[in-house]
Design a binder for this molecule. Structure first.
Ligand code: UT7
Length: 335
């Protein structure tokens, strides 16, 4: 059986920086509240007319990842694209990337697992490479949140958290056989689906029904989140799935060179770090600059950590995520 490894990484975030003070001009919030509860100082938002969309950002990140893996678009055998904010309801973003990058008529798979999307997508890519079916797979996480958030007081507990951006990884057959993706671990618990959700427009809450049945103050086409409930489950599931991954490989917490948790909330990441007794050097966070970019947060952080020289050959890198669904997962990687 083959193994896979990440051979190229890239990310893109829109130029438009939105500070907490900028948000405080739109809604009843403050820099102090946002920083204290989330650690976020600023995030990026697509600006009308800047040409960006979920797929366009995905392509920008992918081009960098491909260049770093020394591959041409023609060498990619499959696209796996994780997003909760595709440009269109259907088709998904995968085919848009295939078109914009001028790729062959390769398969384009869309993954719908929100904050865990990148881990799910990475796992899918890993399986296709392990079986020998494909050699090079482009794995993407990209989100355009800003277009669909409620920036009035009503939406403040959700809207201050999320930001836009994209990250991409080229996952290739590991020709040397050493290291690579050691294992991935995926979970779900659908009974909590309504705790963090965007319920409509959808076939359950179709547009005419939404307009007819909902007064202005209760619009279900904005995301809703039971913040404290999500927070409590997140810290438990994050720690469980990190330990599950380590145990599966006979590794311990002390073996982790770098943990990159999905950038949900800095307080969640700090809680996990404390619970697992990891040092500051063992955990990478960048939510302060970008907010929570859902499926894009791990590949953006992974790329930044790699660019900063924080990931060296032979390092044990652990990725972990939790979010809407609920879904959660981890990936254990020997770099
Ligand atoms: O990406 C993966 C999934 N998402 C997460 O992991 C997010 C998990 N949850 C969280 O990060 C936190 O629960 C939040 C950051 C969303 C909220 O923080 P919290 O400490 O749980 O605050 P809270 O929801 O309990 O609200 C506390 C107070 C409330 O006021 P009262 O009722 O005490 O008067 C809120 O109305 O803070 C108020 N509040 C705000 N105040 C200023 C809520 N949002 C804001 C805001 N600015 N943006």
């Amino acid at each position: 059986m083959y193994t896979s490894k990440i051979t190229g990484l890239g990310y893109y975030v829109p130029e438009n920086v939105v500070t907490n003070d900028d948000l405080a001009k739109l809604m009843d919030t403050s820099d102090a509240w946002i920083q204290e509860r989330t650690g976020i100082q600023e995030r990026r938002h697509i600006k009308k007319g800047d040409g960006n969309s979920t797929s366009v950002m995905a392509v920008k990140a992918s081009k960098i990842a491909l260049e770093r893996s020394n591959l041409e678009p023609d060498s990619i055998d499959m696209i796996v694209f994780a997003t909760l904010s595709p440009d269109m309801y259907f088709p998904g973003g995968g085919v848009e990337v295939q078109e914009m990058m001028g790729m062959r008529t390769i398969p384009a798979l869309d993954v719908r697992n929100q904050c865990s999307g990148f881990i799910y997508a990475l796992s899918v890519a890993d399986q296709f490479i392990k079986t020998g079916m494909y050699k090079n797979i482009l794995v993407i996480g990209s989100e355009n949140h800003s277009g669909g958030l409620d920036f009035s007081d009503r939406g403040r507990s959700v809207s201050v958290i999320f930001g836009d951006g994209a990250g991409a990884a080229v996952v290739s057959r590991n020709e040397t056989g050493a290291g690579g993706i050691l294992s991935t671990h995926l979970h779900s618990e659908g009974k909590h689906k309504n705790e963090l959700a965007l319920q409509g427009p959808s076939t359950r809450h179709w547009v005419p029904e939404i307009i007819a049945e909902n007064p202005q103050e209760n619009i279900p086409y904005y995301p809703v989140m039971n913040g404290q409930f999500v927070f409590k489950h997140a810290v438990v599931r994050f720690t469980e799935v990190i330990q599950e991954g380590l145990q599966a490989n006979n590794l311990g917490l002390e073996d982790i060179d770098l943990l990159i948790p999905h950038q949900a909330n800095l307080r969640i990441a700090q809680f996990i770090q404390q619970k697992l007794r990891l040092t500051d050097d063992q955990v990478f966070n960048n939510i302060q600059k970008y907010g929570n970019t859902t499926a894009a947060s791990i590949p953006i952080a992974l790329t930044e950590a790699w660019e900063a020289g924080k990931i060296k050959e032979g390092d044990l890198v652990v990725l972990a995520a939790f979010g809407s669904g609920f879904t959660w997962g981890s990936a254990i990687i020997r770099w």
